[in-house]
Design a protein around this ligand. Structure first.
Ligand SMILES: [Zn+2]
Length: 242
């Protein structure tokens, strides 16, 4: 993984051997099932990745989510990979990415999502992650959607832009809200950064979030970008939740 290489490139050669010895004595554990990870894997074991249900183009959850997005008339397509199940492996992964400081997991998810995106014939002019409010960004130190977009950008070569869209107000956590409450919660919560409308105009924009549930956040961002002249909006996330 490129990130790992960059993180370690600054270490003295003795430092690298020391890390290898530490990994040998205390191998990193899978974030989901806690088995020791071998072969240089840093976060999640292959059986855990394989255990996560996938959303094909004919999966009911995929069809239902796409329908919700398309009927908003703000979003033109959806690309996703996994099903987010409570207590399932993907929830462990999403939690580690969001709250555990496992930034590189976002890049790994983005690279996996890029394979599905390219296989579906997906393309676009720019990748735009759903922005975090700056208060949340300060608390967490990174935006998980931006890390996913970073991995996608590496694999698709579509440029990542974090300077086009921003949050205008702090929104409460959506996990306990109904669909209608979520819509209200994120209404007018975003804006195109003044002066960046010319970058957005006429473009196909791939909007990226970590998990799409009701789609209210994606739709709100899509409508903001459309108001600024964006032509096509494709929603993309590693997982969909029921
Ligand atoms: Zn595992």
């Amino acid at each position: 993984m490129r990130e790992g290489v960059m993180e370690k490139s600054g270490h003295h050669i003795v430092g690298d051997s020391w890390f290898a010895i530490l990994d040998f004595i205390f191998p990193p554990l899978c974030l989901s099932c806690s088995v020791p990870l071998l072969n240089g894997r840093k976060s999640v074991c292959n059986p855990c990745w394989d255990s996560i249900e996938r959303v094909s183009a004919l999966h009911p959850l995929f069809l239902e989510t796409r329908e919700k997005l398309l009927t908003s008339e703000q979003v033109n397509g959806l690309v996703s990979e996994f099903v987010f199940e409570r207590e399932g492996a993907f929830q462990h992964i999403a939690h580690a990415l969001k709250y555990g400081g496992y930034e590189s997991l976002g890049v790994e998810l983005g690279r996996k999502l890029a394979e599905v995106f390219l296989a579906s014939g997906g393309g676009g002019d720019v990748l735009v992650p759903i922005p975090l409010h700056k208060r949340k960004f300060r608390e967490r130190g990174y935006n998980q959607a931006e890390r996913i977009a970073h991995g996608m950008s590496q694999a698709t070569l579509i440029p990542l832009r974090t300077d086009l869209l921003r949050r205008t107000r702090f929104t409460q956590s959506q996990t306990t809200l109904t669909l209608e409450e979520r819509k209200k919660n994120v209404e007018a919560a975003f804006e195109v950064v003044p002066g960046k409308e010319r970058v957005v105009k006429g473009k196909t924009i791939v909007l990226i979030d970590d998990v799409i549930t009701t789609g209210a956040t994606i739709v709100s961002c899509a409508s903001t970008l459309r108001d600024a002249g964006a032509l096509t909006i494709i929603a993309s996330s590693p997982a969909l939740a029921r």
